[in-house]
Design a protein around this ligand. Structure first.
Ligand SMILES: [Zn+2]
Length: 136
């Protein structure tokens, strides 16, 4: 094999590599059609999002701790609660309570009765435990 042949086969090899690379890159890149589809989907998501934000009267995420550093996390506005804010200035528990109240204002008494019954049951259990201790 002389230098000329070697150069030719090298050239062929390089050409083959270039072709293969180009094919691989073309496969990885999204086509123009795909990009257009993505753009349309993004736009529709933007429209939906702005619609939701308008309905909810502002950005619901703005007052939460989302994206806040631990040092600047806000604390639940409910008295005696030190949990971090999730939404509307409340921790997840108080926010969920508030939401339940909002959705079913009439069942508030029912819910109170339920928690009252729970508390009664708890105090009963505590008393029973205390009695158990006394008998020891
Ligand atoms: Zn709370």
């Amino acid at each position: 094999m002389n230098a000329r042949d070697l150069g030719k086969s090298l050239e062929q090899l390089i050409e083959e590599i270039v072709l293969k690379t180009a094919k691989a890159v073309a496969k990885e890149l999204p086509s123009e059609e795909q990009l257009k589809l993505l753009e349309e989907r993004t736009k529709s998501i933007e429209v939906t999002l702005s619609h939701i934000l308008k309905k909810s009267g502002g950005n619901p995420l703005r007052r939460s701790n989302r994206g806040r550093k631990p040092g600047e996390q806000r604390i639940c506005s409910s008295a005696g609660c030190n949990r971090p804010v999730v939404a509307r200035g409340m921790c997840s528990m108080h926010y969920q309570r508030w939401r339940a109240d909002q959705q079913t204002p009439k069942s508030g008494a029912k819910a109170a009765a339920k928690t009252g019954a729970k508390a009664a049951a708890k105090s009963k259990a505590v008393k029973a435990k205390a009695a158990e201790k006394k008998t020891d």
